[in-house]
Ligand binder design. Sequence first.
Ligand code: SF4
Length: 241
Amino acid sequence: MGSLASWKRDHPTARDLKGIYRRLFSRFGRQHWWPGDGPFEVMIGAILTQNTAWSNAAKAIHSLKQGRFLEPVALHTVALKRLARLIRSSGYFNQKAERLKTFVRYFLDRYGGNVQGMRRVPWRILRKELLTLKGIGPETADSILLYALEKPVFVVDAYTRRVLARHSFISWQASYEEIQELFMERLFARTPYFSEYHALFVAVGKEFCRTRPRCHACPLQTMGRLRLEPDIKPVRSSNDT
Ligand code: SF4
């Protein structure tokens, strides 16, 4: 693992970051993120997918839709216990029901449940507001900003950190904000680009950069200086899983 000093020395240039994007895009193509029927559903999905696979969050969204609860006032008024039952498939459902309630109260109180009104506010202000809400951390806040409100904000997740750290571009100890700044300072901030880029990190993380990475087949294998964690052995071939 590198120290913060070695991270400063190794951090990626704009060229490196563009190169990662190009390779991922040519391998995986357009990802069509975020799966969701409108911005409000995307906001709710960003909370439901915390600490769980998207497929579990999608089931919870489906049951909210079936019960006609996927709109701000209905979510605000439904009983907490009933809401928790409806979103059971997403895991941590009691906690997430409270988080949904907190978010929807804020959305109604501050913006009258109006996405367009929220979109008019600068993203730095919205980010600060979202981060004051219980249960909304940087990744959830930035997912809401990027995918629901179309703000040019880079979303960092565990795959982003893993890929960059394994290629010696960052220290494993780099903070969320330090990693985010790399992208936001070095790349031209455009919503479609950041949106696609994050989705591509998820694609490479799921297919190749797993706990036991499949570097031999990965489009990023020649980027930077590959330095896997000392106790991690890569998968050697497609038969070795
Ligand atoms: S699988 Fe290997 S080459 Fe691909 S991103 Fe992960 S560490 Fe890099």
